[in-house]
Structures are given as structure tokens and as C-alpha cells.
Design a protein around this ligand. Structure first.
Ligand SMILES: [Zn+2]
Length: 395
């Protein structure tokens, strides 16, 4: 048996030894394989669950944006295109029914799933979540652009609505002006998506999200030696988070299927009640360590009340860990957002201020982490495990 890795060793292993981990790529697969073998060495029961995905979020976004842009101009059947764009964009944003997910998912990816049974009878399941893949840089993620990213995405939604309303807007001078503004924005977004594909580089992702994987892997190794009393723990290392939460979607879809196909097939008849999801995404950046009360880009979902209560308890019992709650979520979705969108119970931990330092940048390296934040995040994880096992998050 190899010696257990420290959290920072896990980060180095993923961000430096494996390096950038593009969704569906060879290095993403290698990262999954490494985590699997290391956790098996630590004594975990581990499986790898394959699924199909795509490598970049540009794929669905370019389709909805291009449909809206094309549909905003006069011509037969154009309006239908814009409505199609609007319908697809709204469905994708809702994270429940995703019409573009299956047709675009052609490439192989995988989730790594480790299970640690409790010492006693399981009354709940806690899923510790993190993603193994890393993102790609682009002008869109330039530090000066980051504070505006959320606003631009909201405006993109408004522009798609304007494109669908083009026949109406064309009737008045002001409406025509608004329509041209919407077209300019949609064209600009298509340009930014293309710029990222052509000129961007896949980033090492030390903070986002080798740090989260390090936290979950560390907790998994500790739990094998000392399992919880009444909480089964599932450690989920997803693929394809950065391209559209695809690994998380695949895991939840399978869980939902298991739940609905009757007793005897899973631990719990209703995953929405008995499963809790605690997500670690970017927990090593030099920024305040936060639990996020809300997730989502245009639509927002509230984090689970019980988990928020447990996090509040940890924050007040252990003030030196610097854990704080936030209503601001850097304008993002996380692997737990599809859980919340489907009525499940989840909470995300992330180190972030107004923005996330070195976000989707080649500077997201081990040197630019704050190791103290990472160690505090792991300790918050331990405290959350104890609180949840003690029933603090129970509904
Ligand atoms: Zn991330």
C-alpha cells in the first residue's frame, strides 16, 4: 500500500503530473485512472462509470446564439429559427431537460465513484462531489472581463428573447435600435466563443479543480480508516463539468432512474430526500472560503436548507476556518446545480471573492494557490461530515 497523499500532493499530481485535463480528452481519462488507482490503494471500493459528452461549452452556446442571430433578420421562416434558439437556450439553462445534450455528446468521458460504507446502518447518503477536468482560457475569462461575465450572460438571454420578438421590434424606431444592439451582442458572443477555441489554451486547473479533487480524495482516504456512523459516503469525481456539467448530469440521471425503478435497486427509494451532495469546486484560491446559498447563471436555485444550517454551525463553531456564507456565486453553475434543479439537496464550497482568482487562466497553477485555504477547506469537509452524520442537516 502506498503512503496516503497530502492535499497539496493530490493537486500537484493532477495539475502538474497530468496537466491540463480537457473534457473528454486523454488527460481527463488519465486523471480519472490515477484517482481510481490511488483510492483503491487507500482501500476504497472504486468504480469508473463511462458516459458520453462533448469537449467545450461553446458547442451548445454557439447553436442557440447562431439560431437567434439568424432568426432576428427578416425572411420566411426566420422567426421560427429565433424561437427555436430561445426554446433550446431556456431548456439548457433550466438543467432538467437538455435537448442539445444527447445529440452533441459523441465523445467518451467518465466519472470515478468511490463508496465508503458506514460503521452502522445507513440512514442517509452523502455524496462528496468534485470535477477532474479543467477549462480553457479565452478573452471571455480575461481578469478585466470577469466582473462583467455574469452581466453579459444575462444580456445574452435578453438578446435571444429580443431576436424571438424581432417581428414586433421591427415595427418601431426604438425597437429596431434594440434589435441591432441584440444582434451586435449575439455576434460578439459568437466571436468570443470562437476566439476561445482558436486562441485559448487548456489550463492546468490547480484551483479549478485539482483542489476540489484533492479535498474529496483526502476525505475519502480518511473515511476508509474511520467510517461515519450512519452515513454512507459516495465520492464522485466527475468528467466534463467545464463543458456543461455532463458528468454530474449522467450521475444524477442514473440515480434518478435507480430511484424510480423500485426498491432493491438502490440504497434509497427517493434520492431527493435521502441523498445530500456537498461539492468542492475551487477550494484552494487566495480568496474567502465560502458556501454558496445560491447557484445558477440566469435562473437561480437555493442551496439545501439543512446543508446551509450545517455549514452555519461549522462556521460558528470553528471561526478560525474562515468559512462564510455568500449569496453571490460568481455567476456560475456547478456540478451540484443540476441536483438543485431537479429538486435534490446540495451545497457548494468554493474560495471566491467578487470573482475567482486565476479563473480559467494559464495562471491557475500550484504556485498561485493558497495552501492554507486548501487545508481549511479539507477541515471544513471533516466538520461537515461530522455534522451531517450527527443529523444536523436532516430535513
Ligand atoms: Zn470548476
Amino acid at each position: 500500500m502506498k503512503a496516503a497523499l497530502e492535499p497539496l500532493d493530490w493537486v500537484c499530481l493532477l495539475a502538474e503530473e497530468v496537466g491540463p485535463r480537457r473534457p473528454t480528452g486523454e488527460s481527463e481519462r488519465r486523471a480519472a485512472e490515477l484517482v481510481r488507482s490511488r483510492l483503491e490503494d487507500a482501500g476504497c471500493a472504486v468504480s469508473v462509470a463511462p458516459f458520453r459528452g462533448y469537449s467545450t461549452f461553446a458547442a451548445p452556446h454557439a447553436i442557440t446564439t447562431a439560431l437567434a442571430l439568424a432568426g432576428s433578420f427578416p425572411g420566411r421562416g426566420r422567426s421560427l429559427l429565433a424561437w427555436k434558439g430561445l426554446g433550446l437556450a431556456a431548456a439548457e439553462d433550466g438543467l432538467r431537460v437538455r435537448p442539445l445534450l444527447r445529440p452533441l455528446s459523441r465523445r467518451h468521458s467518465q466519472n470515478v465513484v468511490a463508496r465508503i460504507e458506514p460503521a452502522g446502518e445507513a440512514v442517509r447518503t452523502l455524496c462528496l462531489v468534485c470535477h477532474l477536468d479543467s477549462s480553457r482560457s479565452g478573452l471571455i475569462f480575461h481578469p478585466r472581463a470577469l466582473p462583467w461575465l455574469h452581466g453579459v450572460i444575462a444580456l445574452q438571454g435578453a438578446a435571444i428573447v429580443a431576436a424571438a420578438a424581432a417581428p414586433l421590434l421591427r415595427r418601431g424606431g426604438l425597437g429596431r435600435l434594440a434589435l441591432w444592439a441584440a444582434r451586435a451582442l449575439l455576434a460578439g458572443i459568437l466571436g468570443l466563443l470562437a476566439e476561445r477555441e482558436v486562441r485559448g489554451v487548456d489550463v492546468p486547473g490547480a484551483n479549478d479543480n485539482a483542489s476540489g479533487a484533492a479535498a474529496v480524495a483526502t476525505l475519502a482516504s480518511e473515511l476508509v480508516a474511520e467510517p461515519l456512523g450512519s452515513t454512507g459516503v459516495v465520492c464522485l469525481f466527475t468528467g466534463c463539468e467545464e463543458s456543461g456539467l455532463i458528468g454530474a448530469d449522467a450521475f444524477i440521471s442514473a440515480l434518478q432512474h435507480e430511484s424510480s425503478s423500485g426498491p432493491g435497486t438502490g440504497r434509497s427509494p427517493d434520492w431527493r430526500r435521502d441523498w445530500l451532495f456537498l461539492n468542492f469546486d475551487g477550494v484552494g484560491a487566495p480568496a474567502p472560503l465560502r458556501y454558496l446559498r445560491r447557484e445558477g447563471i440566469v435562473r437561480k436555485w437555493s442551496a439545501d436548507g439543512g446543508l446551509v444550517r450545517a455549514a452555519e454551525g461549522v462556521a460558528s463553531r470553528r471561526p478560525e476556518l474562515g468559512l462564510e456564507g455568500s449569496d453571490h456565486n460568481a455567476g456560475l453553475t456547478y456540478d451540484t446545480t443540476p441536483v438543485l434543479a431537479r429538486g435534490g439537496r446540495a451545497l457548494t464550497l468554493s474560495a471566491q471573492g467578487d470573482t475567482i482568482p486565476n479563473y480559467h487562466s494559464p495562471t491557475d497553477t500550484v504556485e498561485n494557490l493558497d495552501p492554507d485555504v486548501l487545508l481549511r477547506a479539507v477541515e471544513v469537509g471533516r466538520e461537515m461530515l461530522a455534522a451531517i452524520d450527527g443529523g444536523e442537516a436532516d430535513a
